[in-house]
Design a protein around this ligand. Structure first.
Ligand code: SF4
Ligand code: SF4
Length: 339
């Protein structure tokens, strides 16, 4: 976490970083040593908005001994990275779908700014992965918004604005899921499979990530929070989930001493656990929508998995020519896979 500061105040954001120092207070040498212990380390720059501190990101891109670098950004300050952008393996640009949906959740002009950032990256001939990172909430038409972004980005990922949402409650979410989200997912899966049959793989990250586990296996939380992935707060505390701030269960320790934070029942006995991994550590621990809310999200996950299981044969038939595209994400690029 490069800084706790952000230039925006999006409607669905909990702003959980308020209690963290605005800027890094620990010794960067300790961070370097910590990263050096893992030969496969992936470093993702996160915030707040990391590009509010572009010189620090540039410095870390040169100094940290990581195998991969990832950036999550709102795109407002993309150009400040200059040629160092080519050091990044993946960039996740926050954009929620069509212009009115994005600007409605985020701020007027956000959509245009993200597209400008994307165009700048194209102008730089950026060759890394570009991921449209959506938050999906009450105004989202999942079919229309994902299709819109797929025409503009190689990969699209989304996370549901559920459990900690400031925009709606459980009953409204359930109604929206039944009337809009689940039918939209069915349509998206059908069209995704039809494209694969024709020899192209639309970059719909939740579909790819779940199908990857169906075909080649995998285990645990897809985001890795608390075990294979950690977040480093600006004061040097090592925490499990970057959005959970200072909750006691989220504390893992420091650069020198760490404990794991794990998922337990009911997930570990669930038939979907090998694919879902418990979905989200934060939602698992906090249950802000109660057991009913937890079950509602499981039902949504189950529906998605069932839809994908229904087209597994199509994907298997296409595998010989498309395996490279289908093995996605290629590393933990901070797409959490299960929405
Ligand atoms: S579907 Fe629900 S119970 Fe099953 S693993 Fe996922 S989060 Fe846990
Ligand atoms: S999916 Fe993982 S990283 Fe994302 S909010 Fe949940 S626990 Fe945190």
């Amino acid at each position: 976490m490069v800084t706790a500061e952000c230039n925006l105040s999006c409607r669905y954001c909990g702003g959980t970083l308020a209690t963290m120092p605005r800027d890094i207070t620990y010794d960067l040498h300790d961070l370097r040593e910590f990263i050096a212990r893992d030969r496969e380390a992936v470093v993702a720059f996160y915030g707040g908005e990391p590009l509010l501190r572009p010189r620090l990101v540039q410095r870390l891109l040169h100094e940290l001994p990581a195998r991969h670098f990832v950036l999550q950004t709102n795109g407002f300050f993309m150009e400040k990275l200059g040629p160092d952008v080519h050091r990044l393996d993946a960039i996740l640009l926050s954009v929620d779908g069509r212009p009115a949906v994005t600007d409605g959740y985020r701020a007027p002009g956000c959509y245009r700014t993200v597209m400008k950032a994307r165009d700048w990256l194209h102008g730089q001939e950026y060759a890394g992965d570009l991921i449209a990172r959506m938050a999906v909430s009450r105004q989202t038409d999942i079919y229309a918004d994902v299709m819109h972004l797929l025409q503009r980005f190689p990969h699209v990922h989304w996370q549901l604005d559920a459990v900690w949402s400031a925009l709606w409650g459980l009953q409204e979410f359930k109604e929206w899921a039944r009337l809009s989200y689940l039918p939209g997912i069915e349509r998206l899966v059908r069209e995704w499979a039809a494209c694969i049959e024709q020899g192209t793989v639309p970059g719909i990250v939740p579909f790819l990530g779940i199908m990857q586990r169906m075909l080649w296996g995998g285990s645990g939380l897809p985001c890795g929070a608390g075990s294979s992935a950690v977040a480093i707060a600006t004061d040097g505390r090592v925490i499990a989930c970057p959005v959970a701030g200072e909750l006691a269960w989220n504390e893992m320790g420091n650069f020198h001493r760490l404990r794991q934070v794990t998922i337990g029942e009911p997930c570990t006995s669930c038939d979907l656990y090998p694919l879902c991994g418990g979905r989200c550590l934060f939602a698992y621990k906090e249950r802000l929508w109660g057991e009913e809310g937890f079950d509602a999200l499981c039902a949504v996950t189950r529906h998605l998995v069932e839809q994908l299981a229904g087209v597994r044969g199509v994907v298997e038939d296409a595998l010989p020519g498309l395996e490279k595209e289908l093995r996605y994400p290629p590393f933990n690029n901070t797409t959490e896979v299960i929405p």
